[in-house]
Design a protein around this ligand. Structure first.
Ligand SMILES: Cc1ncc(COP(=O)(O)O)c(C=O)c1O
Length: 488
């Protein structure tokens, strides 16, 4: 296919050139009605190109097939049979993918380290999760995606499960053995859905970890805004093989999606594909070299440890690692990731990504260069020099990894929609939770609806909040109280 073409961007340019006049939403009419104070911050270009997809970018019946052509080009670029664009993030794409393989009350085999959007899918569709334990690194208190053997064991115990969902790369950049996992699913005739929200860049350089379509997975979802140049919420899902039909996937996406997709988001997805096909290899040659250099320099700072494959990969741990995710253990500095992240933002205007009781992470992409990594290094060197001032604060009461796993006592949907009450956190042990309680980032629920709470997990979260953990989705983000089911 001709990858110099960008159907969405070209149609947008034509709309402007032709002087089309909208008597349709959006009401700002290419910015004419927008408050100049808003335009001065957002820029006129945002409003100018914010138009309807149907009867705007394309005509009333989408006869030009603008979006379809852009999706075909994306599928061709990454070797998928079909690609669908989504403007509601992978939070929507992953739900659509789940609904396309499983019906209400059926089982789905799922790694317990999933993002909260997968749990929302379970609640909405009444799916019965068969949880697979992650690979726990007990020494570092970190979860990696479950091993293929763990998925195989789950299928053996639940041969009626409709398919499987795995998250890889994890937000920590660690990856599963996707080829082995695909084999396990396909030997049983079951589809594999890969939540590859963090893997938009993987198809475009051979030194990056294997990506889902290459490994033979049936569906994968990717947030192009996370590691690529998509605008926020720009997500795609790719599909191949016979186990998930394009119609099924499209229908499920239609069920959940907006009827007013953002053309801005489509345009950025379209442009990203051309950029990657034409320049991706060179851009990631440079990005990978920069990442390896930066990792070495950070690791050389006293008190900081950058985790590499030697820490994260091996039997029972991860299969591979994306070097662009720089995970920094700073426990030797005697402070927490929460305090370090806050200090770096306040003192150096450096925004790190993950912050937990002992780590921070810095995500590099093709957009970084020596200027940005130098700022990061300056900030981290200064942090190491001032660590004593930061202090440690209250300790987080961390249970052993196996004690973090709670019993799924009710279906997530039954717990979420059933009768509930609010109780003080220190009276919630033994009760079934009706809500998600999710440390953010990275957004993996520590507790989800239907799980029976215990003292270890409650104490971990409560002490975590005191130490700086952020629980935005809990009904009480400070966890003074918890929502639990009223049981007979
Ligand atoms: C593993 C994983 N899946 C899905 C999502 C949801 O993606 P989005 O933010 O594009 O909705 C996230 C977001 O952080 C994630 O980490």
């Amino acid at each position: 296919m001709d990858h110099s073409r960008t159907p969405v961007l070209d149609a947008l340019a034509a709309y402007h050139d032709e002087g089309q006049i909208p008597f349709t939403p959006p009401g700002h009419k290419q910015g004419r009605g927008a408050d100049p104070r808003v335009r001065s911050v957002l820029g006129d270009a945002v409003f100018r190109s914010d138009l309807l997809a149907v009867h705007g970018l394309d005509d009333r019946t989408t006869s030009a097939g603008v979006l379809e052509e852009a999706e075909e080009l994306m599928a061709d670029a990454v070797g998928a049979e079909h690609t669908f664009f989504s403007t509601c993030g992978s939070s929507l794409s992953v739900k659509a993918a789940m609904l396309s393989v499983v019906r209400p009350h059926e089982k789905l085999v799922i790694g317990r380290d999933v993002h909260k959007s997968v749990v929302s899918g379970l609640v909405l569709a009444g799916i019965r999760p068969v949880w697979v334990d992650p690979g726990w690194d007990a020494e570092r208190h970190l979860a990696h995606a479950p091993s293929p053997a763990a998925f195989a064991a789950a299928f053996d115990a639940h041969p009626d499960a409709a398919g499987a969902v795995v998250t890889t790369p994890t937000p920590y950049g660690t990856c599963s053995d996707l080829r082995a996992l695909t084999r396990i699913c396909h030997d049983r005739g079951k589809p594999l859905i890969v939540d590859e929200a963090w893997g938009a860049h993987l198809p475009f350089h051979p030194d990056l970890p294997t990506w889902a379509m290459d490994a033979g997975a049936d569906v994968c979802v990717t947030s192009v805004h996370k590691m690529g140049s998509g605008l926020e919420q720009g997500s795609v899902f790719h599909r191949q093989g016979d186990l998930v039909t394009p119609i099924g996937l499209r229908t499920c996406a239609d069920l959940l999606g907006t009827t007013s997709p953002s053309v801005l988001i489509y345009a950025a997805l379209d442009g990203w594909r051309r950029h990657m096909v034409e320049d991706g290899r060179a851009l990631y040659d440079r990005a990978l070299a920069l990442a390896h250099r930066t990792r070495r320099l950070i690791d050389a700072i006293d008190g900081l440890r950058v985790h590499g494959a030697e820490d994260f990969c091996g039997p029972g741990l991860a299969h591979d690692l994306d070097p662009l995710q720089i995970i920094i253990d700073l426990s030797a500095l005697g402070t927490t990731g929460y305090r370090a992240a806050d200090w770096l933002r306040t003192r150096h205007r450096i925004n790190t990504h993950i912050a937990d009781h002992r780590r921070i992470s810095a995500q590099l992409t093709h957009a970084d260069d020596e200027t940005t990594t130098q700022a990061l290094l300056n900030g981290l060197r200064d942090l190491a020099a001032h660590a004593a001032e930061l202090g440690h604060g209250p300790p987080v009461d961390l249970p052993a990894p196996r004690d973090l796993r709670l019993e799924q006592a009710m279906l997530p949907r039954d717990a979420f929609f059933g009768a509930g009450e609010t109780v003080p956190w220190d009276r919630a042990a033994g009760r079934v939770c009706t809500e998600m309680i999710t440390p953010y980032p990275p957004g993996v629920p520590a507790v989800l609806p239907g799980e029976r709470l215990d003292e270890d997990v409650l104490r971990y979260l409560r002490t975590g909040v005191d130490a700086g953990m952020f629980l935005p989705d809990a009904s009480d983000p400070l966890l003074g109280t918890v929502r639990v089911a009223v049981e007979e």
